[in-house]
Design a protein around this ligand. Structure first.
Ligand code: NAP
Length: 639
């Protein structure tokens, strides 16, 4: 793969342009053309998309508005073709502000301008590249643990800043979750225009939501193109990380590819190990007695041929929802054991290819992909937060947490009802009895319901009693015979950083300090663990929607800022002040109690065993960006 970033010259004839426009996403095309031509009159008040709801076709533009928009777009594209020097695509910030205001229908976008100019890189640059470069005078090494999406990102930024680093990766290649999850149907559930690095925007994604192989390819390409692959030690696992107080540095104990052990000293550590990669195997009686093959979805056994087998699947979360429809047509019988149904959010184009015309436009209209990214940013992140927020005075959280959340519940109920119109028995099983957004919602184009309706598929809601040598026995005494057992039972999300053992100042063990409830300042630093930084750490998970890559970019910006503080001022390490950490976490906890996932009692990996939400960020995205732009030296003790 090559990351195609630059648009190609526009030479197509009118007929070809007209044909492409039939596939255009107009709410983002007019802004892109306004930027490319400098002609802001394209943004007519009467053509503004009425709503910013993500699932509504063309942002809710009427057919008449769409025709008018296409006519204007055709004219602008002709101008771009016939007078290519017309615009250089570098409008001033005022123009970008006006374009964003037209698209969002509000001046709210104004508050977001500095973020947008950075996040959208609307001038095709990389505004987040570190402005500072380490002079290299003092020997300094940063160990990055993990070469998944966030580890690669950290490596790229440290390389740009000239800070020496080494990446330790237990797998034989980069990619993390996209390397490990090879189950059939694995794909991203955030549109790729948003689920991609802001500085490595690709204009020719083949699908709106890429399958695993395409994403793995993307991250491999980024590691290669940005020249960090050579700094990664593959098939090497970090066993423990211990702070050496006398030397003020970290000692990492590593398992090397030959099975031996080695130590590595580093002055700073960035943990980029992810939250969702340690499979959660349930504790069900008799699990070890099952005589056939059994495996977890994240450790898919491709050697086991499922054709014509009786297969039992335990779990109905995001992973199972993706692989069940894929395997259902191949197997003889598929028993799906559901404990809690998921809320499904309609995304009809979830599996679709980017239509040829739209792809052509992305490849030929400067900044179209950026404005499309902005549309997604606006509609699928901040815009959705109110529908997960607890209303003041609302006390019954059994089905909803507020008016907007209840409206969402009705909308999603209607979607389920429509799909199971011919199967009321399945609708009853599929309808969640908890507020939407209190548990991870699942994107849906109807594939799940279609699979559930198959003659060879049975959705079983009777609780599991035990696993037997020949299948799964439910509490009603029925033994459901199976040849293969697949666990779609998720991950040990709250066991942050395990099985690594991290020991800080005074010999304190990180997990002992946490006591089962991981906390960190900004999700990044923890008192007693100097110059130890986490990416995708506690309370940095975004759940209503949005891309975790956005958070990782904020985190790495902050971490590079911390390294700069250390290296420019000649400090040996920095340690987060406990009062700063505690006040921050009190605010996070209070924030989470105002969100659906904080007040609902439904089972969810968002909560640790104590019931505290240790995973989720409760506020809007801009706030995290503001807090992580640069570290405040007053928050740290310097050693
Ligand atoms: P998950 O959402 O945690 O789902 C696990 C499933 O297993 C749930 O249905 C759970 O039931 C069930 N389960 C667990 N223990 C059980 C037991 N003892 N008996 C019966 N059922 C049991 O895990 P996941 O589906 O792997 O997804 C985890 C997260 O990874 C997602 O929320 C998402 O953030 C991410 N993910 C994303 C994608 C994507 O589309 N990009 C795909 C896969 C995963 P309960 O609900 O009752 O606990």
């Amino acid at each position: 793969m090559v990351i195609a970033r630059d648009t190609q010259p526009l030479t197509a004839d009118d007929a070809a342009i007209r044909a492409a426009l039939e596939d255009a996403f107009l709410p983002a095309l007019l802004p892109a053309l306004a930027q490319a031509t400098g002609d802001l009159s394209l943004l007519r008040e009467e053509l503004r998309p009425p709503g910013m709801a993500p699932a509504v076709a063309q942002g809710g533009m009427t057919p008449q508005q769409q025709e008018q928009a296409k006519a204007l777009a055709l004219d602008a594209l002709r101008r771009l073709r016939d007078r290519p020097a017309h615009g250089d695509g570098r409008p001033d910030e005022e123009n970008v502000r006006r374009i964003a205001a037209w698209m969002t229908g509000s001046d709210a976008a104004q508050d977001y301008m500095p973020l947008l100019l950075e996040e959208l890189a609307p001038f095709g640059e990389d505004p987040r590249a570190p402005a500072w470069r380490y002079d290299g005078k003092t020997p300094f090494l940063t160990a990055i643990v993990g070469a998944g999406m966030s580890g690669i990102l950290a490596a790229i930024r440290l390389k740009q800043a000239g800070v020496p680093f080494v990446v330790i990766e237990k797998n034989e290649d980069v990619g993390g979750t996209w390397f490990e999850n090879t189950y059939p149907g694995a794909r991203v559930d955030v549109s790729n225009a948003f689920y991609s690095y802001s500085f490595a925007q690709k204009i020719d994604w083949p699908k709106f939501f890429s399958p695993q192989a395409v994403l793995l390819d993307y991250f491999r390409t980024c590691a290669d193109e940005y020249g960090v692959r050579g700094s990664i030690r593959f098939r090497t696992e970090v066993l423990s990380i211990t702070f050496d107080e006398a030397r003020c540095s970290w000692r990492l104990r590593l398992r090397t590819p030959d099975g031996g052990e080695e130590t590595l000293d580093a002055q700073a550590v960035i943990s980029a190990v992810g939250q969702l990669n340690r499979p959660n195997m349930p504790k069900i009686a008799g699990m070890n007695t099952f005589e056939g093959p059994s495996f977890h979805s994240a450790r898919w056994d491709h050697e086991t041929d499922l054709a014509d087998k009786r297969v039992a699947v335990i779990g109905t979360g995001a992973s199972a929802v993706q692989f069940v429809p894929e395997i259902a047509p191949r197997v003889a019988q598929l028993d799906v054991f559901q404990r809690t149904p998921a809320w499904f959010v309609p995304v009809p184009h979830y599996h679709d290819d980017v239509p040829a015309g739209l792809r052509w436009l992305f490849e030929h209209v400067p900044h179209y992909m950026h404005w499309y990214r902005f549309w997604l940013f606006w509609t699928t992140t901040e815009g959705l937060l109110p529908s997960a927020t607890v209303d003041e005075g609302w006390t019954d959280f059994s089905r909803a947490v507020g008016v907007a959340n209840d409206q969402l519940r009705m909308l999603l109920t209607a979607w389920l009802q429509a799909q199971y119109a011919d199967r009321p028995d399945l609708f009853e099983k599929a309808l969640p009895q908890y507020p939407p957004a209190s548990k991870r919602v699942v994107l849906d184009n109807g594939a799940w319901a279609e699979a559930m309706k198959r003659d060879n598929v049975h959705l079983i809601t009777e609780p599991i009693d035990e696993i037997t040598p020949r299948g799964v026995r439910t509490k009603d005494g029925t033994e459901h015979a199976a040849d293969v057992l697949i666990y779609g039972t998720g991950f040990q999300a709250s066991h942050f950083l395990t099985p690594m053992r991290v020991t800080g100042r005074g010999g304190v063990d990180l997990n002992a300090q946490w006591g089962g409830d991981a906390r960190a300042y900004l999700g990044i630093t923890v008192p007693n663990f100097p110059s130890f930084f986490m990416m995708y750490g506690p309370n940095t998970n975004i759940v209503v929607n949005g891309s975790i890559i956005y958070f990782s970019e904020c985190e790495v910006q902050y971490i590079v800022g911390c390294l700069r503080l250390l290296l420019e001022d000649g400090h040996r390490a920095l340690d987060c002040k406990p009062d700063v950490h505690d006040a921050y976490n009190a605010r996070i906890d209070a924030g989470n109690l105002k969100m659906a996932w904080g007040v609902s009692s439904v089972n969810t990996w968002y909560k640790s065993e104590s019931g505290r939400v240790a995973q989720n960020w409760p506020f809007n995205l801009i706030e995290y960006w503001q807090q992580t732009r640069e570290p405040n030296p007053d928050d740290y003790v310097f050693l």
